[in-house]
Design a protein around this ligand. Structure first.
Ligand code: GLY
Ligand code: MN
Ligand code: MN
Length: 430
């Protein structure tokens, strides 16, 4: 781990939030992710399942958490099962959590080795009436890969058909959507690392650099600052590439006169930051580039003010659509007639702004959250309007990460990363 240990009080609180929503005499099980194979003996770097991480801080494969608040055995109210380690095993496998360290990380007193799971789990299930299973209910999740959670769910359903089953996902979405101050601090740190990367780039970018050189500069800065690297696959898109929303090739030369769209964010301690800035390759925007840039910036500033407690995300997105509509008319990209005759299911502004404005962010970049409940203080959202004009070889998106406050505008975790046209030009030319 490149990050400093996080206070176990965060995980103790998170488990209390989960268990307070459980039905009586039930247990809940959370599995870590697998280490994904490539081929031969190669594997992908490990990424912990965000739910077990949120509840324990255990950032290690082959780990299981069982919560059983009504267990008759006080030692079994919360239990961690971990891959066995010892001084001898550590010589081959590297440092893994021993029982003492696992307690220090998670605050969980009962830690068993994984091989004890079948017997102890059977004892617990014989006492419980039901079990919470952790399915992936993120609206945009699509994967053909069977996860450790999936395999566990199949086995439980086959071995214990008479038990009631419940969904962990809605509880996890609820408790993960409002961030603890400890989490906000970690997210601020991720944003600060991203800031260091952008400041480095403002001195580096000039005509003739390649998109992947920019990627390399960023990853150097991120890892030097104790991040594992990018929180998501970076988009470094110069000129017309910026109009491809999921452009990740990052393999073109940046040309004089083009703008580069940088959708890049560092992770820290598995927390994501998600930023977009648009930078003129030669250090100066043209008048037209400035005009489009400032239209997006206006929408962003106005949209941010709408991220306040009580607002529904669907209404927020509708209002941002109107803000964008107005700017696109000013830019002569759409007309009032286009708006009058538009298909309400695909309004005219969607031709140039075809994605959503905000998503939850946290342990996942597109974090789980309560999409159909009013916004609450402590939720963290991105705000990322954009205008994409392929016929002009220009795409502008601007994105910051914002913490909703009890009252007033949200707190911007990226407020000191250059954003105004003049700030960007000054930093590039100083
Ligand atoms: N970088 C992904 C997004 O902005 O949603
Ligand atoms: Mn985003
Ligand atoms: Mn982004």
């Amino acid at each position: 781990m490149k990050y400093q240990r996080i206070k176990s009080e965060l995980y103790i609180k998170n488990r209390e939030k989960f268990t307070s929503s459980m039905e009586s005499n039930t247990l809940a099980v959370f599995n870590s992710n697998d280490i994904f194979p490539i081929s031969a003996d190669s594997t992908m770097p490990f990424e912990q399942h965000r739910d077990i991480l949120h509840l324990t801080g255990v950032d290690q494969e082959e780990s299981i958490l069982v919560l059983f608040p009504d267990s008759s055995n006080p030692k079994h109210k919360e239990v961690l099962f971990l891959k066995e380690t010892s001084e001898l095993i550590a010589i081959w496998e590297g440092e893994k959590l021993d029982k003492k360290n696992a307690f220090e990380v998670s605050g969980i007193k009962t830690v068993y080795w994984l091989q004890d799971f079948p017997v102890i789990f059977k004892q617990m299930m014989s006492e419980a009436d039901g079990i919470y299973l952790n399915t992936n209910e993120h609206l945009r999740a699509k994967t053909e890969v069977e996860t450790r959670e999936d395999r566990f769910i199949k086995k439980v359903k086959s071995d214990y058909p008479a038990h009631k089953t419940y969904k962990s996902a809605p509880i996890m979405h609820k408790i993960r959507s409002v961030k603890d101050p400890i989490e906000i601090e970690l997210m601020q740190r991720a944003c600060n690392i991203t800031k260091a990367g952008i400041n480095r780039l403002l001195k580096y970018i000039k005509p003739g650099v390649w998109e992947h050189h920019i990627e390399a500069e960023l990853v150097h800065e991120f890892i030097m600052n104790s991040s594992k690297g990018f929180a998501y696959t970076p988009i470094i898109a110069s000129g017309k590439n910026a109009c491809v929303l999921h452009y990740i090739e990052n393999n073109k030369e940046c040309k004089d006169g083009d703008v580069i769209l940088l959708d890049v964010g560092a992770e820290y301690a598995n927390y994501a930051s998600d930023l977009t800035r648009c930078i003129p390759v030669n250090g100066r925007f043209t008048d037209r580039q400035k005009e489009v840039y400032n239209a997006v910036l206006h929408v962003k500033k106005e949209a941010e003010k709408l991220l306040v407690p009580g607002v529904m995300m669907a209404d927020y997105h509708k209002q941002v659509g109107h803000l964008m509509e107005e700017q696109l008319v000013n830019l002569k990209l759409i007309s009032l007639d286009d708006i009058k005759n538009q298909n309400p299911d695909w309004p005219a502004y969607k031709k140039y702004f075809m994605h959503g404005t905000s998503h939850f962010i946290g342990l996942d970049t597109h974090d789980v959250g309560l999409w159909n409940e009013p916004i609450e203080a402590g939720m963290v959202f991105t705000c990322e309007p954009g205008i994409y004009i392929p016929e002009e070889g220009l795409g502008i998106r601007l994105e910051d990460d914002l913490v909703v406050q009890q009252s007033g505008s949200p707190f911007n975790l990226m407020s000191d990363i250059p954003l105004e046209v003049e700030e960007i030009e000054d930093a590039m030319n100083s």
